[in-house]
Structures are given as structure tokens and as C-alpha cells.
Design a protein around this ligand. Structure first.
Ligand SMILES: NC(=O)c1ccc[n+]([C@@H]2O[C@H](COP(=O)([O-])OP(=O)(O)OC[C@H]3O[C@@H](n4cnc5c(N)ncnc54)[C@H](O)[C@@H]3O)[C@@H](O)[C@H]2O)c1
Ligand SMILES: N[C@H](CO)Cc1c[nH]c[nH+]1
Ligand SMILES: [Zn+2]
Length: 447
């Protein structure tokens, strides 16, 4: 694990290390790039490949979905195979361990409770002479949620997307999840059905995002796409944005831990690896003012990593994006943390609430030794779909409002309009928009 000291390399160098490349610039590993070259016949960046997939699905519909699912996910389909059938649900229920189903139920309940508290209400207010202003909050008609499933199955992500959508009152929720040998993890299906997802398509990657954005012969076009995914999924969401809304760019997972000398190196290393094991492109960073802790965490991470079933992924992630920064003091540590704008920020310090006011950019903050990141991934209630790649500078965590939109309400009486008509006419004429002025003037003259 790389350890760098601000006192040696300077603040600017550290900030550069912590500033993430944009998703389009993320480089694939030589291994993946070589494999893709074989599959697609030419060397492409991830962004170029995704653009091609999205364009093809838009033009060709189901045929392109079938082609890319064959080429990338190695599954051969006819369009009628996309949708999960009743028999597949029944098989999932039979195969499921009741203890896991019960834990999922509890997790979903916590997520529902938390999100119910977020639900905004429509409102109206009375103003002068009987006029009324307000705001209607309207759930979206149809959303498409993406549940990742390339190297791990994510029933927890089903809950994190579908439960807030259902709390918001979305008309129809459809879901895409990549097939593993043509099959979907049983808990993903069970969690989806429990949360009210009506249609589940066994399609993954950029082709799934494009199919939901543009619609195909068999897949309905949605109004908004939400959910996390790897670099291909995230780039595809970026590519289709504007044709359809998206929640955010929720790509490969990230953790940044701000730790002082009181942090336990064993906990700190474990929390780093919890995100490293998601993806070779995941990122795990520790920032501390204690050089001794830095050394201990690096050693401990090496030890714990060797015992992980997903060590190949975690090692690749640590080699690429693992970093321990020794800051001059805790205030500098917080400045560095905000430059990184991580998906998850842990404050493993003696007084974490004292640092909270200094957190400017983070998808979620975890305070203290007993709030490890996986608590939020699975169970506490707040959402685990969070902005990555530095986009926590401007994006928020997925929430109930992600699935709703706001419409303004304006109702004036004739006396109320007459009172303000001079101002409106003046402003319209200043903009040279006579028809606007006329629409006001004729109503005033009716008086
Ligand atoms: N930010 C968040 O909120 C959040 C939450 C949960 C998970 N995640 C992230 O989700 C991701 C899950 O990744 P995953 O890969 O397991 O599942 P995934 O479903 O995101 O991606 C799998 C799909 O990617 C496509 N793909 C894979 N390799 C490809 C290639 N070489 N070329 C073109 N397309 C390819 C395939 O179509 C495959 O179906 C991880 O990066 C994890 O960190 C993020
Ligand atoms: N840490 C992920 C968000 O980056 C969410 C997750 C789901 N399951 C486990 N982890
Ligand atoms: Zn996780």
C-alpha cells in the first residue's frame, strides 16, 4: 500500500493524487482492454465502447441487446427470454434460505422507515387578494432501476432502489440485472418482488441502460434510470442522460477514512477492504495525522487482504487506488478529504462529531468506531446508492425525491392580477415581448 506524507511531497501533490479522473478518462486494465479487443475487433476505451453499445441498442433495439448479451455476458437469448418468469420466482423462493429472507425483510423495513421520513408533501399557500401559490410533488410514471450483478449479486441494491421508488409512489418500476449463465440470484428476485418491482429483465451493462433509455420492441422506455454499477454501466447512464433522467453517477465504490491516533488499525484496514473488494476500479484511502497508524494500517491491510475470497479484485483495487496519506494535522486531513469528495467518508477519530461540520463533500458520513461502512451498505436505513468519482461535490445520495418531480401551482384572482399588472407589463416590454404584455393587459382592461 502506498503511503505518502504531505510534509514531504506538499499539499498540491496530495490534492492531485486525490482528484479523480472523469469517468470518460478512466483507463481499463490491459487485460480487459485486450479481451475487449478480441471480442469487438478493435481497441476501444470504455467510453468509446459504451457509446457504440448505446448507439446500436438505440438503432436496432432487441437485436443489439441480444448481440451484446451474447458477446459480453455469454448468454444466448431470444427476446422472450429477457423477462424473469413466474417459474423463476417460484424456483427462487424454493432455493432461498429463510434466515437470509428474514434479514432482507428487516433491512427493507429499516430502509422504508428512513425513506418515509424523507417524503416531501405538496403544499399551497394563500397570498394577497385570494391568490394561491404552491407546489405539487408528483411521483414519476415509470422508472428503471439497475441492479449490478457482474461479479457479485446485490439484493441490497434492489432494496435501496425499489423501496424509495415505492415510497415515492412511482407508477411502474422495472428492473435490469445481468444474467449469470442466464440466471438471476434468488435473493435479488425475492427482494424485488417484495418491494413491488413488476418486471425484471435479465440484461446487464451498457445494453441494459440503453434499452431502458430508448425502449426496444419488448422493453418499455422509462422516464428515469437509477442505480449503481461498474464503469460500463456508469458511462452508459452518462451517455443516455438527456434522453432520460438519471439519479447520479454511482460507479465503482469508494471509501475514505479520516483517522487519528485513536483509530484501531485493524478496523481501519477492514473498512478499506470492504470497498476494495467490490471492483478493481474501487478506491480505498486513509488520511491520518499519525504516521505510526499509517504504517500499522498498511501492514494490517496486507494481512487481511491475503485471507479474502475476493482478494484478486481487492488487490487490484488496492494496487491501483489504495492510498494512505499522512497529513500535517487534522484540519489538513479534512481539506484533503473534501478534495477527494468520496462516496463514503468514515471519521475514525476520538471526537468524530467535532469534525462533522468540516465535511463538505461526501455521499455518506460514518461517525465513530461502531459505524463501519457496511452498516450503511446493508442495514441502517440510509441509502447505499451514492455518487462516486468526485461527483459528491454536486450530487446527493439517492432518496425519495429522486423518484418525484415538482410542479409549481399558480392561481391569481382578477383583483390580485390587476394589482401587479403594471410591473409585469413593464418587464415584458423591457424584454421586447409584446405578446406577453398583451396577455396581462387584456385582463386588466376587463376590470
Ligand atoms: N456507487 C454506488 O452506490 C454503488 C453501489 C453498489 C455497487 N456499486 C458498484 O457496482 C459495481 C458492480 O459491478 P459488477 O461488474 O459486479 O456488476 P455490473 O452489473 O455493474 O456490471 C456487469 C455488466 O457490465 C458489463 N461488462 C462487464 N465487463 C465488460 C467489458 N469488458 N466490456 C463491456 N461491458 C462489460 C456486462 O454487460 C455485465 O453484465 C461495482 O463497481 C461496485 O463498486 C456502486
Ligand atoms: N458499498 C456499495 C456502495 O458503494 C453498496 C454495497 C452493496 N452490497 C455491499 N455493498
Ligand atoms: Zn459495499
Amino acid at each position: 500500500m502506498k503511503i505518502v506524507k504531505a510534509s514531504e511531497v506538499g499539499e498540491y501533490a496530495i490534492e492531485k493524487m486525490l482528484t479523480k479522473a472523469s469517468f470518460d478518462e478512466v483507463e481499463l486494465s490491459p487485460k480487459i482492454r485486450e479481451a475487449n479487443k478480441k471480442t469487438f475487433g478493435r481497441d476501444m476505451t470504455a467510453a468509446e465502447l459504451v457509446r457504440q453499445i448505446v448507439g446500436d441498442v438505440r438503432r436496432e433495439g432487441d437485436a443489439a441487446v441480444i448481440r451484446y448479451t451474447h458477446l459480453i455476458d455469454r448468454v444466448d437469448y431470444k427476446p422472450e427470454d429477457f423477462l424473469v418468469t413466474e417459474a423463476e420466482y417460484e424456483a427462487a423462493e424454493k432455493a432461498a434460505d429463510p434466515a437470509v429472507v428474514e434479514s432482507l425483510r428487516k433491512a427493507a423495513e429499516n430502509v422504508r422507515r428512513y425513506h418515509q421520513e424523507q417524503k416531501p408533501n405538496s403544499w399551497m399557500t394563500y397570498r394577497e387578494k385570494g391568490s394561491i401559490l404552491g407546489q405539487s410533488i408528483i411521483p414519476l410514471d415509470r422508472v428503471g432501476i439497475y441492479v449490478p450483478g457482474g461479479t457479485a449479486a446485490y439484493p441490497s441494491s434492489v432494496i435501496m432502489n425499489a423501496v424509495p421508488a415505492s415510497v415515492a409512489g412511482v407508477g411502474e418500476i422495472i428492473m435490469m440485472v445481468p444474467p449469470k449463465n442466464g440466471k438471476i440470484n434468488p435473493y435479488v428476485l425475492i427482494a424485488a418482488r417484495a418491494a413491488g418491482v413488476k418486471k425484471i429483465y435479465k440484461i446487464g451493462g451498457a445494453q441494459a441502460i440503453a434499452a431502458m433509455a430508448f425502449g426496444t420492441e419488448t422493453i418499455p422506455r422509462v422516464d428515469k434510470i437509477t442505480g449503481p454499477g461498474n464503469i460500463f454501466v456508469t458511462l452508459a447512464k452518462k451517455e443516455v442522460y438527456g434522453h432520460v433522467d438519471i439519479d447520479m453517477l454511482a460507479g465503482p465504490s469508494e471509501i475514505l477514512i479520516v483517522a487519528d491516533k485513536t483509530a484501531d488499525p485493524v478496523y481501519t484496514a477492514a473498512d478499506m477492504l470492504s470497498q476494495a473488494e467490490h471492483d478493481p476500479l474501487a478506491s480505498s484511502i486513509v488520511i491520518t495525522d499519525d504516521a505510526e497508524l499509517a504504517e500499522k494500517v498498511a501492514k494490517e491491510a496486507e494481512k487481511q487482504l491475503a485471507a479474502l475470497p475476493r482478494r484478486e479484485i481487492a488487490q487490484a483495487s488496492i494496487d491501483r487506488n489504495g492510498l494512505i496519506v499522512v497529513a500535517d494535522d487534522m484540519m489538513q486531513a479534512m481539506r484533503f478529504a473534501n478534495v477527494s469528495a468520496p462516496e463514503h467518508m468514515e471519521l475514525l477519530t476520538a471526537q468524530p462529531f467535532q469534525l462533522l461540520p468540516y465535511v463538505r463533500h461526501a455521499g455518506a458520513v460514518f461517525l465513530g468506531a461502531y459505524s463501519p461502512e457496511p452498516l450503511g451498505d446493508y442495514f441502517a436505513g440510509p441509502n447505499h446508492v451514492l455518487p462516486t468519482g468526485g461527483t459528491a461535490r454536486y450530487y446527493s445520495v439517492l432518496n425519495v425525491e429522486t423518484f418525484m418531480k415538482r410542479t409549481s401551482i399558480i392561481s391569481y384572482t382578477q383583483p390580485a392580477l390587476s394589482d401587479v399588472s403594471e410591473d409585469i407589463i413593464r418587464l415584458a416590454e423591457t424584454e421586447g415581448l409584446q405578446a406577453h404584455a398583451n396577455a396581462i393587459r387584456i385582463r386588466r382592461e376587463q376590470k
